[in-house]
Design a binder for this molecule. Structure first.
Ligand code: HAM
Length: 418
């Protein structure tokens, strides 16, 4: 028996309703905030992620699905969207448009991680990217967009964690301070952190190993090492978050796993869905566009993991499942009645009515059972007698009322059930 690849999922109709709901809220919120949708390829040149996401990151070192195409080019299934959007902005000359440029996407991503609850090898993100604005006001607007979205899908149990990781001006000194601190306790660090000590010491701060995180508690804090410009930016962001009604906490261990970030980084963390609790993460990436060969163009964005949002919603969000039953089930008995049923369905669907009818030749009893199963709000039985008289009984399944309708006056049937 062929099975789906490890870490992937099938999303069946009952479940996909939740996905559609999340996607609809995402689109609505983006429209309100003036973000337009961007769609881009599922795979890109491997070089894009090496240069954009960063050579020393786990994503690039261990998690990419990379393959060599027939012409020898190395491609990678996108592990995230930001580098792809930045590539598209450069390639399509959007950096010359009126700024800011606001884009959103809903995509599948691929990372070869060890699967567990909330962590998959193919997963889905709703992301938003804002280019061409360096102000703390842009950071605030972007965070508000993420917050509006989470509240829009009924998730109220997340905490916003915010940090600033500085810029190329002040980060080298901070990195040296970290290397000095962690070198003193090098022997206690896990193997991964030992290997990161010189290449990417910031990542030790968000290591999940209990020993590393205990050591990280007393490590030098980024916000004590910011240059004046970064400090001012961070103060500007806090002042705006304070008046925007979004609760947040400063969390110096939020460093994010991707190399392109500078200054603001943030995560929305959900209670009660286990260790994979970051439902949304993002930050500023003022150097990314240049890094991959484009002009100097600041950016800030986030991505929310839709799989994790679904887990959080199952954990008590206000989402109420819509039963979405058919408006009418038409039960024909025999060939001529079946032709009539097709005619009525085609007529009613043009008017946006959800219709269903028999496609497999069931008995009347089995058809009524089926109508119940699909939660049909009305049924119309058409047998030989009804065809002869040109009349049938339309039954309202919610209150049991029956109305005689003329089979030649479909408009009247529509008027009753609309
Ligand atoms: P990220 O933190 O790698 O950031 O991913 C964003 C979100 O995607 C995570 O918070 C999580 O909810 C979800 N996610 C990540 N990996 C997995 C996985 N293996 N299984 C399930 N869900 C997962 C980025 O991707 C950045 N591009 C975000 C960004 C946009 N920064 C600026 N703009």
């Amino acid at each position: 028996m062929i099975q789906k690849p490890r870490g992937t999922m099938d999303i069946l109709p009952k479940e996909s309703k939740k996905w559609q709901f999340i996607e609809k809220v995402a689109r609505d919120v983006c429209r309100k905030h003036g973000f337009g949708e961007i769609r881009f390829p599922t795979f890109e040149e491997t070089q894009l992620f090496k240069r954009g996401v960063g050579d020393t990151t786990d994503v690039v070192q261990k998690e990419m699905y990379t393959f060599t195409d027939r012409d020898g080019t190395s491609y990678t299934l996108r592990p995230e969207g930001t580098a792809c959007v930045a590539r598209s902005v450069i390639e399509n000359g959007l950096s010359g448009d009126t700024m800011p440029l606001k884009l959103f996407y809903i995509i599948n991503c691929f990372r070869h991680e060890r699967p567990q609850a909330g962590r998959y090898r193919e997963f889905y993100q709703f992301g938003a990217e804002l280019f061409g604005a360096t102000t703390p006001s842009a950071d605030t607007e972007l965070i508000c967009l993420a917050d509006d979205f989470l509240k829009g899908i009924g998730i109220n149990n997340t905490t916003l964690h915010v940090n600033s990781i500085g810029c190329p001006e002040c980060r080298p000194q901070y990195k040296s301070a970290l290397v000095e601190y962690f070198s003193g306790r090098q022997d206690e660090l896990c193997d991964t952190c030992k290997s990161r000590l010189h290449s990417n010491p910031l990542r030790i701060l968000d290591c999940k190993s209990p020993i590393c995180s205990a050591i990280a508690k007393d490590a030098p804090k980024t916000i004590d090492h910011l240059c004046d410009a970064c400090k001012e930016h961070f103060e500007g962001l806090k002042a705006r978050l304070n008046v925007s009604g979004i609760d947040y906490e400063i969390d110096c261990n939020i460093v994010r796993g991707l190399d392109y970030y500078s200054r603001t980084v943030f995560e929305f963390i959900s209670e009660g869905i286990g260790s994979q609790s970051t439902v949304c993460g993002g930050g500023r990436y003022d150097g990314l566009v240049e890094q991959i060969g484009g002009p100097k163009l600041a950016g800030i964005g986030f991505a929310a993991g839709i799989n994790r949002l679904i887990l959080t919603m199952e954990n008590g969000s206000s989402y109420v499942e819509d039963d979405g039953g058919a408006d009418i089930y038409i039960a024909p008995l025999g060939e001529a009645a079946s032709v009539k049923a097709n005619e009525i369905c085609a007529f009613l669907r043009k008017k946006d009515i959800v219709c269903d009818t028999d496609l497999v030749g069931r008995s009347l009893k089995a058809q009524m059972k089926y109508a119940n199963k699909i939660n049909a709000k009305n049924t119309l039985i058409i047998g030989d007698g009804e065809l002869e008289n040109g009349k049938a009984q339309l039954r309202n399944m919610l209150n049991g009322e029956q109305t005689e309708v003329s089979l030649s006056d479909l408009e009247a049937i529509y008027d009753i059930i609309k």
